[in-house]
Design a protein around this ligand. Structure first.
Ligand code: AMP
Ligand code: MG
Length: 378
């Protein structure tokens, strides 16, 4: 993805495209770490002592007068230290006076003073290109005065579902119809991965309607993500619409998610996922999510993986990598429980799982206790 300059509030989860160099130091000036009294440490060495309070320095005061020897300035946390003062006595160690104050403790020079550049020195590289911007990084860059950041922008993904059997949730169903669910699932998965999703209204199995739904949006999209219409049946609308137009259809040695297509149509990247909801979502995890993250410059594009022992046996077809749905309990001594069977229509099992169990191509029978690799879905 190209680099854009975006306001910080739009940068959560994006990747910094250039090193961030501190334009100022942090703190930018010596300031008090406590509510209390700015003094010269030498003046309070014989505490308790009483000093006149010569000034009052709230946070934000920009014209601080120097502290004369033998006086104290009342000062608040974050307020600039007056020149001449070298320590702060916290208010709890005083009588909190406003014209004169009794200071009940002595302090070494430097006590309760936050020094200029304690945290960051102006000119230092604070975050390097490739850093993922999370709240703490954004907070730091705001503290340094950045209003915009150079980031790889979010890929804009058109999500289009296909199927003459599909009905919008909220409408009544006729016999033979089902509610459309892939569109919402894939669009939210795109957003969760950091992309921008436009959820188009699904189309029936008709190539002309398919093209008509896409055409108005092609100019503003980076990726077209479809579901359904790519397998071996008689009404494979996505195959019909894209064959010979830059998209290649194939079968992948995995279960679920065998039928797949990918390519470029009118300059826009295309991924055509199978229609079974679990196939679509698992394919998104395996192929699309890493690609979206890579396009934004993320240093890590794969989910966290772990090794866990199966609590029950599973079988898997020879020659295919199988992704079974699993429930992993991090407290349970690294075991994973398969949820539901291998069927790619078992959406509730997917919804009850938090990981994918990866069964290698050559494994066909895994007894309970077998160690498997799991991919966390969080
Ligand atoms: P297809 O890949 O079009 O042959 O669809 C495979 C299965 O997934 C069929 O049972 C479809 O009804 C179902 N399906 C396809 N698209 C969707 C969708 N958007 N929402 C829910 N189910 C779907
Ligand atoms: Mg279909």
């Amino acid at each position: 993805m190209p680099v854009d300059r975006l306001p910080l509030a739009s940068c959560l989860g994006l990747v910094l495209a250039e090193d961030a160099v501190a334009p100022i130091s942090l703190p930018p000036f010596d300031n008090s770490a406590m509510d209390g009294y700015a003094v010269r440490a030498a003046d309070v060495a014989a505490a308790p002592v009483e000093l006149p309070v010569a000034d009052d320095i709230p946070a934000g005061k920009t014209d601080v007068v120097p502290l004369e020897p033998g006086t104290a300035h009342r000062i608040m946390t974050g307020a600039p230290m007056p020149p001449g003062a070298d320590a702060v006595i916290q208010v709890e160690l005083t009588d909190a006076g406003t014209s004169r104050v009794t200071l009940n403790a002595s302090v070494p020079a430097g006590q309760n003073v936050r020094r200029t550049a304690d945290d960051v020195r102006a000119g230092a590289t604070v975050l390097s290109a490739g850093t993922v911007l999370r709240p703490a990084q954004l907070g730091l860059l705001a503290a340094l005065g950045f209003a915009e950041l150079p980031v790889r922008r979010r890929p804009r993904v058109l999500v289009l579902s296909t199927g003459s059997e599909l009905v919008e949730p909220g409408q009544p169903l006729l016999p033979g119809q089902i509610y459309e669910s892939n569109g919402l699932m894939l669009a939210t998965a795109v957003r969760e991965a950091g992309g921008e999703a436009t959820l188009l209204r699904f189309v029936p199995d008709d190539a002309a309607e398919f093209h008509a739904a896409l055409a108005p949006h092609l100019g503003s999209a980076d990726v077209i993500l479809t579901s359904g219409g790519v397998s071996a049946g008689a009404y494979e609308v996505v195959k019909d619409a894209f064959t010979g137009r830059g998209v290649e259809f194939t079968r992948v040695a995995m279960q679920p998610g065998g039928p797949q297509g990918a390519g470029t149509y009118e300059g826009v990247a295309v991924v055509t996922l199978p229609g079974n909801p679990v196939s679509a979502q698992v394919s998104f995890e395996v192929f699309v999510r890493p690609a979206l993250l890579a396009s934004m410059g993320h240093p890590v594009v794969e989910r966290h993986t772990a090794q866990a022992a199966l609590t029950s046996a599973i079988t898997s077809p020879k020659g295919k990598t199988q992704f079974r749905r699993g429930a992993y309990d991090p407290e349970s001594n690294e075991v994973v429980t398969p949820v539901g069977g291998p069927g790619s229509h078992l959406l509730s099992a997917l919804a009850l799982s938090n990981c994918l169990i990866e069964v290698p191509e050559d494994a066909t029978d895994l007894p309970a206790g077998s160690k498997v690799t799991i991919r966390m879905l969080w």
